[in-house]
Design a protein around this ligand. Structure first.
Ligand code: PMP
Length: 409
């Protein structure tokens, strides 16, 4: 593994040279959305400048180019997550749409009263609410794996939670609220042993860790492009081919049909039966460029860089008196670090930090069950990516010290 030069990476991101007042921007909200390098911005803009047409429709040069670029992005995304074939990837707007596609296309078709869906208290709302809706619609039951005090999944009762009644286990690969990396191999093995399928929320995992769906033997993987350098509304759902064949489409419309009659229609082949209407073509082309960028750095190097920054941030934040939620060992987590600092409300903290150019997130992070579990209404969260430096962690800690001064006056 060759480490990359962070300053060279930073030079690719025009937004990182912006100032906030007279302070350089320190962008630490990567778990919400990452920034985009010129390579991605150019790929999206060049699509519109040079190749724009609808995909899969035009029998003319631009139409063919647009289709080729769009399908090329599918090939790149499939390879990036280790899928055997590009047809195993459905393009979506990101993880929320992907999970809803599983909930509508698979769960509503196959769940019945008495069946169970098992999720965890660590999930983002986009991996909770679709299952509440699907279990309510089908008469199935939703159950939860609880959390330990130190932000891990509490698997001590897994045997009674995961049973032959469980039809689906849906779990995050990496928590956006706690940073926790979940033990996917163990969970997938245990779920398959009772005949359950496994969906993984890859919104935080795929941008930060090398993922191989074949090696994991995962059934569904939801992917967000906008957290991995790509345009908003890019991303996808990986699923095993036989599952995609069996699933119903969620949207009806153009392109997803083979034939339309007065009283019914037949479906196009996978993946197109799930891609009704005009897709987010330029955005997915941008995702292809983002994947090229990450591949050039190497995902092992991406992880190594983030481990280094995260370990440093955990140490510095703890020394500064912050209460950190989630694992204290950087190896067990990604770079989203949630904390409380003294008794300053996270919203006040984020506002004060902004005056120093430091952008962090404050809130429940769409993970209200996590907030409930640890008895807080919100946390402050700093989250790191390929372009963040230890100097930026220092800027965060300096800004916290200033906030402390303001609130202890
Ligand atoms: N799951 C997790 C763990 C997330 O962090 C997010 C984004 N905050 C989502 C799901 C939702 O992803 P998207 O915005 O792509 O729909």
């Amino acid at each position: 593994m060759t480490p990359f030069d962070v300053q060279t990476v930073r030079a690719d991101f025009p937004i990182l040279s912006r100032m906030v007042g007279d302070r350089p921007l320190v962008y630490l909200d990567n778990a919400a959305t990452s920034q985009r390098p010129n390579q991605v911005i150019d790929a999206e803009a060049d699509f519109y400048r040079l190749h724009n047409a609808n995909a899969h429709r035009g029998l003319y040069m631009l139409g063919e180019e647009a289709t080729e670029l769009f399908e090329g992005a599918r090939v790149k995304l499939a390879a990036f997550v280790g899928a055997r074939a590009p047809e195993n990837i459905i393009f979506t707007r990101g993880t929320t749409e992907s999970m809803n596609l599983v909930a509508y296309g698979w769960a509503r078709k196959f769940l019945k009263p008495g069946d169970e869906v098992l999720i965890t208290e660590m999930e983002h709302h986009s991996n909770i609410v679709p299952w509440q809706m699907a279990t309510q619609a089908t008469g199935a039951t939703l159950r939860y794996i609880p959390l330990t005090d130190d932000g891990l999944l509490d698997l001590s009762d897994l045997g009674s939670l995961l049973t032959e009644r469980t039809k689906l286990l849906s779990v995050t690969g990496m928590s956006n609220a706690l940073g926790t990396i979940t033990p996917l191999a163990l969970l997938i093995g245990a779920a398959h042993a009772v005949g359950a399928l496994v969906a993984v929320d890859g919104a935080q995992m795929v941008p930060h860790l090398a993922v191989d769906v074949e090696a994991l033997d995962v059934d569904f993987l939801a992917i967000s492009g906008h957290k991995m350098l790509a345009p908003t509304a890019s991303g996808g759902l990986y699923a095993k081919p036989e599952i995609l064949e069996a699933m119903d489409p969620m949207f009806g419309g153009g392109e997803m049909i083979r034939e339309v009659f007065h009283d019914h229609a037949t479906w196009n082949t996978v993946p197109y039966k799930f891609e009704a209407g005009t897709m987010q073509i330029a955005q997915q082309v941008g995702l292809g460029a983002a994947i090229d960028y990450l591949n050039a750095l190497g995902m092992d190097a991406v992880r190594a860089h983030e481990l280094d920054i995260t370990a440093y941030a955990l140490r510095r934040l703890e020394d500064a008196g912050a209460r950190i939620f989630g694992p204290m060992n950087a190896e067990d987590r990604g770079g989203a670090v949630s904390f409380w600092f003294k008794d300053v409300h996270p919203h006040d903290l984020a506002t004060i930090l902004n005056e120093d150019g430091v952008a962090i997130r404050a809130g429940h992070h769409c993970a209200q069950l996590v907030m409930r579990r640890y008895g807080v209404p919100a946390t402050a969260r700093a989250s790191f990516y390929i372009y963040n430096t230890k100097e930026e962690v220092d800027a965060l800690v300096d800004a916290l010290a200033r906030a402390d001064g303001i609130f202890t006056l």
